[in-house]
Design a binder for this molecule. Structure first.
Ligand code: PGA
Length: 241
C-alpha cells in the first residue's frame, strides 16, 4: 500500500488527479471506476483543468460508477448520474455511451445488478477504482455488516448514512432508503484502488480501516487485503495512522 500525506484538501485532490491522469496517459483506453461524494470533487475539477489545457484526452476512456440511489431519475439533482454529469462528464470529452452508472429506476433491481456486473466484466475489469470512505467505514454503499462476497447488489442505507446525506435533500424524509452499489467483491477485483480522504473527522475511521482488524463491521478494512491500494489524504485525515 502506498500512502501520500498532503497538506490540505486541494493538495490531496491534485495528488489523486495526478495518479488518475497518469493512468489515462499511459493507457488511453483505461476503465476508470468512479465515485461520488464531496471528497472526489476536487480531483474531478483538477482533471477538468488539465483536460482544458490539452494535457488529457478521455475520448477512449470508459467509466463505471460505484453506486446510485434507488428511486431517483438520472436528471434528479441528487442522483449520482446527475452528480457525475455536473462534476465531470459534462466538462470533458468522455463519450456518454462509455459512461456507466447503476440504474436506480429499474423495476427489477436484481436483474439490473447482474447486468451491471456483466458490463464491468465485458469492459475487462476496472483499472483504477476511486473511493471515498464514509464515517462508518463504508465504501460505496457497502455499510457495516455487509458481506465481503457480493458484487453489485441492492442495499438498505444505514440510519447514519441517511443522516449524513440528508444535507443534500430538502428534508431527511426525502433521502432514498435504498441504493444499488458495487459490492466489496466488485471493488476488490479492481486492479488498483485509489482512496481519497480529507478532514480530521475521518481520522479515526481511516485508522480503523487501515490498522484495525479486517472485519465486515468496517467495510473499508478489506482493502488491507488488496495488493495495489493508494491512499491519498490530507494530514488531518491521516493523523491517526
Ligand atoms: P464524502 O462521502 O466524500 O461526502 O465524505 C464519502 C462516502 O460516504 O463514501
Amino acid at each position: 500500500m502506498k500512502i501520500y500525506v498532503t497538506e490540505n484538501y486541494q493538495a490531496m485532490s491534485r495528488k489523486a488527479a495526478n495518479i488518475v491522469a497518469a493512468q489515462v496517459i499511459l493507457t488511453p483506453t483505461s476503465v476508470l471506476g468512479l465515485s461520488t461524494g464531496s471528497t472526489p470533487v476536487g480531483l474531478y475539477k483538477q482533471l477538468i483543468t488539465w483536460y482544458e489545457k490539452g494535457d488529457l484526452d478521455f475520448s477512449q476512456v470508459c467509466t463505471v460508477n460505484l453506486d446510485e440511489y434507488v428511486g431517483l431519475a438520472p436528471d434528479h439533482d441528487q442522483s449520482y448520474h446527475y452528480f457525475m454529469q455536473k462534476h465531470f462528464f459534462g466538462h470533458v470529452n468522455i463519450a456518454p455511451e462509455n459512461t456507466y452508472v447503476p440504474d436506480g429506476l429499474v423495476s427489477d433491481p436484481n436483474t439490473a445488478c447482474r447486468r451491471y456486473n456483466q458490463i464491468i466484466r465485458d469492459l475487462g475489469g476496472i483499472d483504477i477504482q476511486v473511493l471515498g470512505i464514509g464515517h462508518n467505514g463504508h465504501i460505496g454503499f457497502n455499510e457495516p455488516g455487509e458481506s465481503f462476497e457480493l458484487e453489485t447488489h441492492v442495499v438498505n442505507l444505514s440510519e447514519r448514512t441517511i443522516d449524513a446525506n440528508a444535507r443534500f435533500f430538502a428534508s431527511r424524509d426525502e433521502v432514498p432508503r435504498q441504493a444499488v452499489t458495487m459490492g466489496i467483491k466488485s471493488i476488490m477485483q479492481a486492479r488498483q484502488i485509489l482512496m481519497v480522504v480529507s478532514g480530521g473527522d475521518k481520522a479515526d475511521t481511516v485508522k480503523a480501516a487501515f490498522t484495525g482488524p479486517v472485519t465486515p463491521q468496517v467495510p473499508a478494512s478489506i482493502l488491507q487485503m488488496h495488493s495495489n491500494v493508494i491512499l491519498v489524504g490530507d494530514k488531518a485525515a491521516l493523523s491517526q495512522l
